[in-house]
Design a protein around this ligand. Structure first.
Ligand SMILES: NC(=O)c1ccc[n+]([C@@H]2O[C@H](COP(=O)([O-])OP(=O)(O)OC[C@H]3O[C@@H](n4cnc5c(N)ncnc54)[C@H](OP(=O)(O)O)[C@@H]3O)[C@@H](O)[C@H]2O)c1
Length: 310
């Protein structure tokens, strides 16, 4: 699989510094925006941050393609939103489902202005494999890698196409070696769902970094986001005592703010390759700045996709 994009570097604007949006809701941060005429796709639109992101972008006038694992979930979510939405089925472990969704997006015959890779799974209690790799790596990284590849032509056709990848501050808790290239199935080490989640979130930042490099000669950009710590269904696999705890630092309305800001704020045109939290670019972990690892992740992901599609 090749993106077929030139790798030449082009000058990119630096990410502007602004006041923290930590307490702002996505509604507040997008007040006054006019997204009419823009097309957006949000994965994981039926729950948590993804639903709120879809709701707010649609409220501001964008046509939002709401992607969920089943059509029924996508339809239900879209029906709860005011504005223009279209339900789509995207199961991130199922390449055929993503191929079919990409075909439907292509059939719209218009550029894709915002692609928000939001869906995610956290800490399933048992080690589970999908396409021979650990499930969180498969869903959180590999599925989005495939989906982005299939939709990239439409993103780069947009005047200011933006790809936003939901990572997490927990990417800093990935294994010390970084991406476990020699054991993506987690067979050699004791499986720890939490560390495997952190590993997949490190992959999200590295993917964004290499994607941004590959997009350098285009108008499109790619950035990673930490949305904050929010009580959502993401913690469904955690013990009840953890689920009931007081660990969140904001609500869902605030949790969608950085995603919406990075996807649509006019000040970020051309800004690419950053890791944002509270609407500001911050330094990710040292492992997440490793360009060799980012390139290797890209080629390994291509190989995994090719093997799964063979
Ligand atoms: N909440 C936080 O504190 C927090 C912090 C940092 C980063 N994040 C990131 O933010 C993103 C959104 O999380 P959230 O908190 O909103 O969680 P959530 O409410 O659990 O939403 C996750 C979404 O991902 C979907 N999903 C899970 N597995 C999938 C698969 N195999 N294929 C397609 N979709 C799948 C879920 O669908 P179903 O409902 O059908 O399972 C759901 O729509 C995730 O990437 C997460 O890692 C969240």
């Amino acid at each position: 699989m090749s993106l077929g994009l030139p790798l030449a570097a082009a000058s990119r604007p630096a990410a502007p510094q602004r006041s923290s949006c930590r307490d702002l809701t996505a509604d507040d941060a997008t007040a006054g925006w006019d997204l009419r005429g823009k097309l957006a796709l949000v994965t994981g639109c039926n729950s948590g941050i993804g639903f709120e992101t879809m709701r707010v972008l649609a409220k501001r006038g964008a046509h939002v393609l709401g992607a969920a694992r089943t059509l029924q979930k996508a339809q239900t979510a879209c029906s709860r939103v005011v504005g223009e939405t279209t339900p789509l089925t995207v199961e991130l472990t199922d390449f055929a489902s993503m191929e079919s969704a990409a075909g439907k997006v292509a059939a719209l015959g218009r550029p894709l202005d915002m692609l928000i890779c939001n869906a995610g799974v956290m800490s399933p209690p048992q080690r589970t494999l999908s396409h021979g790799v650990e499930l969180q790596f498969a869903v959180n990284h590999l599925g989005h890698f495939f989906l982005v590849d299939r939709l990239l032509g439409q993103v780069t056709a947009a005047p200011d196409g933006r790809i936003v990848v939901l990572s997490s501050e927990l990417h800093r808790r990935a294994p010390a070696q970084g991406i476990k290239f020699d054991d993506l199935a987690w067979e050699a080490d004791d499986y720890d769902g939490f560390v495997a989640y952190a590993h997949s979130k490190l992959a999200n930042v590295l993917f964004t970094r290499e994607l941004s490099r590959r997009l350098a000669a285009t108008n499109a950009s790619a950035n990673a986001v930490h949305p904050g710590v929010i009580k959502t269904n993401l913690v469904r696999h955690m013990p009840e005592s953890v689920q009931a705890g007081d660990w969140d630092d904001r609500n869902v309305a605030q949790g969608a703010t950085t995603s919406c800001y990075v996807a649509g704020d006019p000040s970020l045109r051309g800004v690419s390759g950053y890791y944002f939290t509270d609407c500001n670019a911050v330094e990710p972990s040292e492992l997440a700045l490793d360009d060799m690892a980012a390139k290797r992740l890209w080629s390994v992901s291509e190989e995994l996709v090719a093997a799964a599609s063979a």
